[in-house]
Design a protein around this ligand. Structure first.
Ligand code: AMP
Length: 394
């Protein structure tokens, strides 16, 4: 059975066609600059990669173009071959605790939650509408970034603010990257040779956006992102946790509105803010080699914040079987993994320096003597989306 996993952004549409239940990737690609001139359509199929520059005005046109290519290339015989479409949806609020089959009611609920994710949910809905029109017979499923974290207790998800902010406006920690945290913690249990019910895992999803998650017995019990993806550790351009009083202070000093300061915290902070150089980890590590002090500060600040969260989650979980690294930086930045683990010596964790040179492949990167295993686990959100689509279809 063929299933497409879809991630629709405001001007992009990423896709992966999978053969299920084998979980093999048939083809994948991305449409970028939707709605702008010279949109870029990239599709990878076997060892072929085709890049086409064409004007694609809407997500609907992007989907039509994609389906046309799948038939033209002979990837599918007819569109009826695609039995399921799984959509990544960023925010499911408190309503969605698991993936769901898409109905009119679900679409309305995703729309209602848009207030909490104004950049993402409307874009995700555009993708849903486009596929529902183009493939009216396929089974459509929404998979939420927030759903995995709905198992948190109030003591983890509530902020210490007036209670009625929660009851009136839904102000609480939601957490994000749930699909990735779920996948990685499940793979970690397999690598440990244990049932996920019997494991305590800390997942560090460190990409341009980054979050940690404490997973106890397969359930998220705490995570570092919060009401929005701005909270937690320092990221590519986001500050992570700061004293909220800074916002008013800077607004006054620089004669800026609150939303202007928020943009600075979202777009001009983190790696970029501290290094004054780049939001990209590769650029920073190159600068670190040259001895650039601000870049050194940027990577060390992030490593400290990651280690601080690991320490807190170790206590919350009452111990830990494995610490996992995933996403662009977690899977590839050998130096960041080392900086983090070097701070955790007191927990009896030891990195195997040769194994830590591995990139992008499931590997145990701690020594045999290490009290807690350190794992490199490449994430695969698409496979979770496809699995959930098949599960709900049944
Ligand atoms: P993501 O958001 O998961 O795609 O991750 C993007 C981040 O991963 C960027 O900061 C990249 O610089 C970083 N990244 C990707 N490949 C490497 C690499 N080989 N070494 C260091 N960082 C990398």
């Amino acid at each position: 059975m063929k299933v497409i996993a879809v991630n629709a952004g405001s001007s992009s549409l990423k896709f992966q066609l999978l053969e299920m239940p084998k979980e093999t990737i048939i083809c994948s690609g991305v449409v970028e600059r939707i709605g702008l001139k010279d949109s870029i359509f990239t599709i990878k199929y076997g060892d072929q990669r085709q890049v086409e520059i064409i004007d694609i005005d809407t997500h609907k046109v992007a989907v039509e173009k994609l389906l046309e290519k799948l038939v033209d290339f002979g990837i599918v015989k007819s569109l009826e071959d695609i039995e399921g479409v799984g959509h990544r949806v960023v925010h499911g609020g408190e309503k969605f605790k698991d993936s769901v089959a898409i109905t009119d009611e679900v679409i309305n609920a995703i729309d209602e939650v848009s207030e909490l994710a104004p950049l993402h949910n409307p874009a995700n809905l555009t993708g849903i509408h486009a596929f529902m029109e183009a493939l009216p017979n396929a089974f459509e499923v929404a998979v939420f970034d927030t759903a995995f974290h709905q198992t948190m207790d109030p003591v983890s998800f509530m902020y210490s603010v007036p209670y009625d902010w929660y009851t009136k406006y839904g102000v609480r920690k939601y957490g994000f990257h749930g699909t990735s945290h779920k996948y990685v913690s499940e793979r970690a249990s397999v690598m440990l040779g244990k049932d996920s019910k019997d494991t305590k895992i800390i997942v560090c999803h460190i990409g341009n956006g980054a979050s940690l998650c404490a997973v106890n017995g397969g359930r998220s019990v705490d995570t570092s992102m919060g009401f929005t993806p701005l909270a937690g550790i320092s990221m590519g351009t986001r500050s992570g946790d700061i004293d909220p009083a800074i916002i008013e202070f800077i607004a006054n000093k620089e004669d800026k509105s609150i939303s202007e300061v928020m943009t600075e915290l979202n777009k001009r902070s983190g790696y970029l803010g501290l290094s004054e150089l780049s939001s990209d980890s590769r650029d920073l590590w190159e600068a670190v080699e040259r001895g650039d002090a601000k870049s050194i500060l940027a990577v060390e600040k992030q490593a400290k914040m990651i280690a601080d969260y690991i320490g807190a989650y170790y206590l919350l979980l009452g111990g830990c079987d494995a610490i996992c690294f995933t996403a662009g930086i977690g899977e590839n930045a050998v130096e960041t993994r080392k900086l983090v683990i070097d701070r955790l010596g007191v927990l009896g964790i030891e990195l195997d320096h040769d194994k830590n040179l591995t990139r992008g492949k499931e590997t145990v990167i701690s020594t045999d003597e290490s009290k807690i295993k350190v794992l490199l686990v490449p994430t695969n959100e698409e496979v979770v989306i496809a699995r959930d689509t098949v599960r709900l279809m049944k």
